[in-house]
Write a new protein. Structure first.
Length: 322
C-alpha cells in the first residue's frame, strides 16, 4: 500500500476520478464530501466515504483518526458567477473551509497537502500564451482571489509549520461525470445537446479559446503530486504546477469536434458575448512534464469518452465515434 489519502470533494466530478487514480496506484482512499454538488454514486468501490462539510469541527477528528499521509483538497465553491454575486459565501468555503482543512492537517501531522488552484483565474487575461507558473497574478473574480489566497496560506504553513504541499493550477477540465445540466462545463453541455440533436449555443464570435484537459490526465497529475520530490524552501510558484495541454482550442473548434464525435450535423446558435469572459487561455505545462507527467488523451479521445458517458447517463445508445 502506498499510504492513506483523503480526497475532499471526492464525490465530485474531478475528485471522484482522483479517487479512482489513487486506488489504482495502491493507495487506501477516503472520499469526503457534503454532497452539495457531488454524488454518492461517483465514489468508487474500494474507497471509504465521509459525509462531512470541510468547515465542520469534526474534520479534525477524522484526520486524527485516519492517520492520512496525503490530503488532496478538491472541495470548493467553483462557480465564478456565484463568487461575484455572493463573495462571502465563496470565501466561507474556499478560504475558511480550506483553513479548517489546513489546521486539521497540521494537528494530525499530515505529510503532504495537494491543493487545487486554478490556472484559468489566478493569472487573469494574458498577452502571450501559454502562461507559465511565474506569470504575474491578477485574479478578476472573488473565486480567483480565494484560490490564490489558498496558495498564500500554503506558503505560510510550509515556512512556519514545515507542512509539505503542492498546488495544481488546472486548465479547463472535462470528461465523464461532469454536469451537463448547468451553465459550466461547456464540453458536457455540448455533448448533451449533440446527443439530442439540439443547437449548440456559442457566445460571441466563438473564437475565445481555452486549454481543455481530460479529467483522467488530471487525475494522474494528482497521483504524481502526492509523492513528487519538492525543494525545501522556495517561492509560491516553486510549489505550483500548471495542469493542462498548452494548446488553445476555440469554442468554434470545440463545436465542430463535438459534431464529429456525435456523428451528427449540428447547427450553431450565436448569442451575445458574455461580459468579463477571458478571450484566450492556455497553460504552459513544461514544468509538470519535466516532473514526469504528460497528457495521455487527445482532445478527440476525451470528447469521445465524454460523449459516450453522457449518452449512457441519458439512457441513449450512442451513435457517435467510439
Amino acid at each position: 500500500m502506498r499510504g492513506r489519502a483523503l480526497v475532499t470533494g471526492g464525490a465530485g466530478f474531478i475528485g471522484s476520478h482522483v479517487c479512482d487514480a489513487y486506488l489504482a496506484d495502491g493507495w487506501e482512499v477516503t472520499a469526503l464530501d457534503d454532497l452539495s454538488a457531488g454524488k454518492r454514486e461517483n465514489v468508487p468501490r474500494g474507497a471509504s466515504f465521509a459525509h462531512l462539510d470541510i468547515r465542520s469541527p469534526e474534520l479534525c477528528d477524522l484526520l486524527l483518526e485516519g492517520q492520512f499521509d496525503v490530503v488532496n483538497h478538491h472541495a470548493a465553491q467553483v462557480d465564478v458567477r456565484v463568487s461575484v454575486a455572493r463573495p462571502r459565501e465563496d470565501a466561507s468555503i474556499n478560504v475558511d473551509g480550506f483553513l479548517n482543512v489546513l489546521e486539521a492537517s497540521r494537528q494530525a501531522g499530515v505529510a503532504r497537502v495537494v491543493y487545487i488552484s486554478s490556472g484559468g483565474v489566478v493569472y487573469g487575461e494574458a498577452d502571450d500564451l501559454p502562461v507559465e507558473e511565474t506569470r504575474e497574478k491578477g485574479p478578476l473574480s472573488p473565486y480567483g482571489v480565494s484560490k490564490l489566497t489558498g496558495e498564500h496560506y500554503l506558503y505560510y504553513y510550509r515556512v512556519v509549520h514545515g507542512m509539505t504541499s503542492v498546488s495544481l493550477r488546472y486548465a479547463n477540465v472535462f470528461g465523464p461525470r461532469q454536469d451537463p445540466h448547468g451553465e459550466a462545463g461547456v464540453v458536457a453541455i455540448f455533448a448533451r445537446r449533440a446527443l439530442r440533436g439540439q443547437q449548440l449555443i456559442v457566445y460571441g464570435d466563438g473564437e475565445q479559446t481555452r486549454d481543455y484537459v481530460y479529467v483522467k490526465d488530471v487525475a494522474q497529475a494528482n497521483v504524481l503530486a502526492a509523492t513528487l520530490e519538492l525543494p525545501g524552501l522556495g517561492s509560491l510558484d516553486d510549489f505550483a504546477f500548471n495542469v493542462g495541454t498548452g494548446r488553445e482550442t476555440s469554442v468554434n473548434e470545440l463545436a465542430r469536434r463535438t459534431a464529429e464525435v456525435s456523428g451528427r450535423e449540428l447547427d450553431v446558435k450565436r448569442e451575445p458575448a458574455r461580459p468579463g469572459e477571458l478571450l484566450r487561455s492556455a497553460l504552459d505545462v513544461r514544468k509538470l512534464r519535466a516532473a514526469g507527467w504528460s497528457p495521455a488523451f487527445s482532445l478527440e479521445e476525451g470528447l469521445a469518452e465524454t460523449y459516450a458517458w453522457v449518452a449512457e447517463s441519458e439512457g441513449v445508445e450512442s451513435e457517435g465515434a467510439a
